[in-house]
Design a protein around this ligand. Structure first.
Ligand code: BGC
Length: 720
């Protein structure tokens, strides 16, 4: 990209107020083509002649800004007139919002300038070209957005008109780090019209949109100039039905809007919220005057395309599936986040490594992850350290197993789903560096011993008052070390690299592991040792897991580390019936328990809302964390049985596992090679299967294997 523009900023720092940069330009010949190439330090919204350019919101998106800043290119030919005004509003966004607890980083954030770089490229019919780039001829003014920030929300005074235009200052902004748009653009998606406005027991007026989303509320109101609207966002009501958002912690998540005269429509433009409920704190002529038709909730997330669908004869289960899909949409706003509402909304790596396989069934996430993994690679330290979150907002200096292993797991899963070897090539060095980090931070060679980890985060076997489950961190870390090494070996072979050194390492890790860890005391320890095949006798460990589950009354106790693989270990080793018992369980702890408690997304904690209606905690209790939704990959891959036999589903294996507690179940997957469908239902004292595949497929039913080609196939299996 040939930039003929300079970074500009207001001469006078505007603090919390979003700045509007402007440039007028005239056209005196016929235009053939006009483009705007643009990015900002902050979030920008560009308008040409008062009309918003593109449906891309929250641009330029979130990347590891110190290393990579995306710019966007828009075709503006259609909107060019004789006399034109380009105005670009720039707010703090992820770039300048205080999204870290570290004082030093916060100070640095405050000193960051809000900046803009843009160029309009005009090509006339006669072939002449003209470039208008940002420079000191542009002007800037304060905008009606008086405050805008990721956690706290937005304050807009629609009456505000700047008294005059101010000069801008050219400054030395990032140049080497500018990259063209890599990820999916972020756009406005579903529009939820208000379900209802309720009056809560304490007399507050609260809108219930019926679904937790990530996005914002659009208000349409007929008001007098100066009248105010104030909205507060929340996920759930408390046990007596009052508005609640103490679990957002320091994030204020408010919208304050001062009206101008007449009918007007407004929604926040430079921030977003995670919410289902909205408390109306102020409204023209009193909160009782607010009507459902004044509000629409707009979901905002990356433009990912849905590829997977699962459905069954079980309404609660179907609601859970729906919640998993919403959990993904709500947390796929440009980067994969832990949650969209409290003062985090960060690219926590442990969460995404748990959910990635499910994510790639539900949606086409190839491009989404390619961009994010490039950020991971860019931010990885020389010693191999992978941040706990990408972008690495907190910049801590200790890598954790499972969280850091995202460096191997994530590219591998993307490769499995889409057959994209480029992603493996791109990430191979980063994968190896992560293994190097482990090797240099262990007390015992060929294992990962004596280091700090998140462990089986939120596992139910945690000691009173602790958040880390009872599993041995050394055991988990060493098993992940083996798994990451195995991925490096497989990756190297695919892309033609010599990995003999890693093959030997893998052998040594497994040997050392079996020597060191001979007993397993938690469900998660069993899950991880069997799933990563590092235990000496995986069948025995899986049997022990099944027994442990039965011993505690058919209950799971796993946290972020054990849960994604729990069901796979059970069904891989002959305990599918127990897996179904866990899946269909409605009492706490279970996936369906939260559905019985009214969940519309997946919860961070198995007991976010306890049986008595009280909350697990105020401090760490999100109702929109996707990690436990990972179980949906078992539904696609085992219950309905659809797996990629070759990467990208160029060959498929379909081995469904029906269960008598359900009448039917089905999954459809739109792969790069066509649509795969698998369905089973109870019929005539047995199971009837319908399977459609677009490619060479191995079907396994009732222990028999059928090798078929493209087509639809029906089977009947008599119950024995
Ligand atoms: C986040 C998690 C994350 C964890 C790390 C939390 O605050 O919300 O989902 O993985 O910290 O332990």
């Amino acid at each position: 990209m040939n930039w003929q523009a300079k970074w500009i900023k207001p001469i006078r720092p505007m603090g919390d107020v979003a700045s509007v940069f402007e440039r007028d330009f005239d056209i005196n010949k016929i235009i053939k083509d006009a483009k705007l190439i643009i990015t900002a330090l902050g979030i920008y919204e560009a308008k040409l002649n008062g009309k918003r350019i593109s449906d891309y919101v929250l641009a330029p998106g979130w990347t590891a800004y110190k290393k990579r800043l995306q710019y966007q290119e828009y075709d503006i030919t259609e909107d060019i007139q004789e006399r034109n005004k380009l105005s670009v509003t720039v707010g703090k966004g992820w770039y300048r919002s205080p999204m870290s607890g570290d004082e030093k980083i916060l100070r640095e954030l405050q000193e960051r300038p809000c900046g803009l770089i843009a160029q309009i490229e005009l090509t006339y019919e006669d072939g002449e070209k003209k470039i208008i780039g940002t420079d000191d001829t542009w002007t800037v003014s304060e905008s009606e957005i008086r405050f805008s920030e990721i956690y706290d929300g937005e304050v807009c005074d629609a009456r505000f008109k700047p008294e005059h235009q101010e000069s801008v200052e050219v400054f030395d902004g990032p140049s080497e780090t500018l990259i063209p748009q890599e990820g999916e653009k972020v756009i406005e998606q579903e529009r939820l019209t208000t379900a209802s406005i309720i009056t809560t027991p304490n007399g507050e007026r609260v809108i219930d949109f019926g679904q937790e989303i990530t996005g914002y509320v659009e208000i349409t109101v007929d008001a007098k100039s100066g009248e105010e609207i104030k909205l507060s966002h929340g996920e759930v009501l408390d046990e007596i039905g009052n508005f609640y958002n103490a679990n957002y912690r320091s994030a204020k998540a408010e919208l304050c809007y001062t009206c101008t005269e007449g009918v007007q429509t407004y929604h926040p433009r430079l921030t977003f919220y995670g919410f289902r409920y909205v408390r109306i704190d102020k409204f023209p002529r009193g909160v009782e005057n607010a009507k459902p038709e004044n509000f629409v909730a707009i979901a905002v997330y990356s433009d990912i395309k849905r590829t997977g669908y699962v459905d069954s004869s079980h309404p609660l289960l179907n609601k859970f599936f729906d919640n998993v899909i919403w959990g993904q949409k709500d947390n796929f706003l440009d980067i994969p986040t832990d949650c969209p509402q409290r003062d985090e909304r960060l690219g926590w790596t442990g969460d995404v490594q748990a959910f990635i396989r499910a994510a790639a069934y539900n949606y086409d996430v190839e491009k989404f992850f390619e961009k994010w993994l490039n950020c991971l690679k860019a931010e990885q330290l020389e010693d191999g350290y992978v941040g706990h979150m990408i972008p690495d907002t907190w910049q801590l200096d200790w890598g954790s197993c499972a969280w850091g292993d995202v460096a191997t797991i994530c590219p591998w899963e993307v490769y499995r789903a889409y057959g994209n070897e480029r992603i493996l090539k791109n990430q191979f060095e980063s994968m190896k560096k992560w293994l190097g980090y482990i090797a240099n931070h262990t007390k015992e060679k060929d294992l990962w011993i004596g280091w700090n980890h998140f462990g089986d985060w939120l596992g139910l076997d945690a000691k009173e008052g602790e958040r880390t489950g009872g599993s041995d961190k050394d055991l988990l870390a060493s098993a992940y070390y083996a798994y990451s090494t195995e991925i490096v070996v497989k990756t190297g072979k695919i892309i033609g690299e010599d990995v003999s050194e890693y093959e030997e390492l893998y052998e040594r890790i497994v040997k050392a592991f079996q020597k060191k860890f001979t007993t397993y005391k938690t469900q998660t320890e069993c899950v991880i040792a069997a799933h990563f095949r590092v235990a000496k006798d995986c069948q025995a460990v899986a049997d022990q897991l099944a027994q442990m589950i039965k011993d505690v009354g058919m209950k799971l106790q796993t946290g972020f580390v054990g849960t994604p693989y729990l069901m796979h270990v059970l069904s891989d080793y002959g305990h599918t019936d127990i897996a179904y018992s866990l899946l269909l369980r409605e009492e706490y702890p279970s996936w369906l328990y939260q559905v019985t408690k009214g969940a519309t997304t997946t919860w961070e904690h198995w007991d976010g809302i306890k049986e008595d209606g009280s909350f697990w905690d105020t401090n760490m209790n999100s109702f929109n964390h996707y990690a436990y939704g990972a179980v949906i990959d078992w539904v696609y891959g085992v219950a309905c049985g659809i797996k990629a036999a070759d990467p990208g589903y160029s060959k498929v294996r379909i081995a469904p596992h029906p269960d008598h507690r359900l009448d039917w179940m089905k999954a459809t997957l739109n792969t790069r090679n066509g649509i795969v469908h698998s369905e089973w239902k109870k019929q005539d004292g047995g199971w009837r299967y319908e399977i459609t595949t677009p490619v060479e497929t191995q079907i396994v039913i009732g222990g028999k294997q059928y090798n078929v080609n493209k087509g639809t196939y029906y089977f009947f299996e008599k119950n024995t």
